[in-house]
Design a protein around this ligand. Structure first.
Ligand code: NDP
Length: 278
């Protein structure tokens, strides 16, 4: 029976450390400031942004959500980003994705100053991460790395990542590679997914398909990180068949309460990091 990796509790203790750092910054007159830009009415985005606001408040970060209608133009958004880039009191800028179809996501990401890119999506930060240099890391991959490190050493472990998106799959594999793990990537064109996942000491699944990974696809004793968030019958579930896999794995993250709380916490980490640079 697997140990449940309690992301909520691990995130809470990480946030205590961040709170202390913010108190120290404030005593030096530095107030970490995060601006979140939210466009349109996507209910999931509104809910994510509220979660970020709550976490910021708890830690002592001054956060503000800038809300705009769906018809905001790309030019207006780019102008807003320029203003936030130039505002010396603002440490972190986050534009909540997805954006309306008429706005080019990559143009927006590239406009945010890399020094304030607390999502870690700017190509300069992605490049630095690839090179193993100190930089703002993308939040979900960084959160996953922290969770796995609470369970095991990484050197020489075989990490299998299912999913190769720019925001989760690709970068998370890179972070584990930088830690001297052996990394295999799988995706929708992988010929025999089970044959790959069964080799994993650490299996990370970031696809967005409920129940994709079943018990027969997991090596006994593996650590399983379920990144997926899927709504099934009005309930949130991951990509891993939790009930079956928990009897095979040595440790597993639940959904909800696994990776999600760490993602938000790493956003706070990045904001505090920028503020600490002075
Ligand atoms: P994307 O849709 O961008 O990427 C999904 C990936 O899964 C793609 O690389 C795709 O392959 C691969 N894939 C699709 N079908 C299969 C299959 N049958 N077998 C193997 N691989 C497959 O998703 P994201 O990375 O953005 O998100 C993944 C999941 O994680 C979602 O459920 C999302 O909601 C969740 N998420 C959770 C977060 C959290 O904090 N908890 C944060 C971010 C995301 P290909 O490239 O070939 O198309």
């Amino acid at each position: 029976m697997a140990v449940v990796i309690d992301g909520k509790q691990i995130a809470a203790s990480y946030r205590e450390t961040l709170k202390e750092q913010v108190t120290a910054l404030r005593s030096r007159g530095i107030i970490p400031k995060l601006k979140v830009v939210l466009i349109g009415n996507d209910p999931a985005s509104h809910s994510y942004v509220r979660g970020k606001e709550r976490a910021a408040e708890e830690i002592g970060i001054d956060s503000q959500i800038l809300r705009f209608d769906e018809d905001m133009t790309e030019a207006e958004l780019l102008k807003l980003i320029d203003l936030l880039n130039d505002d010396h009191e603002v440490h972190g800028i986050l534009v909540q994705l997805p954006l309306p179809n008429h706005i080019d996501e990559s143009r927006v990401i590239m406009r945010i100053s890399p020094e304030k890119d607390v999502d870690g999506f700017h190509p300069e930060n992605v490049g630095k991460m690839m090179l193993g240099l100190d930089t703002l890391l993308p939040c979900t991959p960084h959160g996953i790395l922290h969770l796995v490190k609470t369970q095991t050493d990484l050197v020489g472990k075989h990490v299998v990542v299912v999913g190769r998106s720019q925001i989760v799959g690709k970068p998370v594999g890179m972070l584990f590679l930088n830690e001297s793990a052996t990394v295999t990537y799988c995706h929708s064109k992988t010929a025999d997914l089970g044959a790959m996942t069964r080799q994993a000491d650490i299996l990370i699944v970031a696809v967005g398909r409920a129940g994709l990974v079943t018990a027969d696809m997991v090596k006994p004793g593996a650590i399983v990180i379920d990144v997926g968030v899927n709504r099934v019958d009005n309930r949130l579930v991951g990509d891993v068949d939790y009930e079956g896999v928990k009897d095979v794995a040595s440790a597993i993250t639940p959904v909800p309460g696994g990776v999600g709380p760490m993602t938000i916490t790493m956003l706070m980490h990045n904001t505090v990091e920028v503020a600490s640079r002075g």
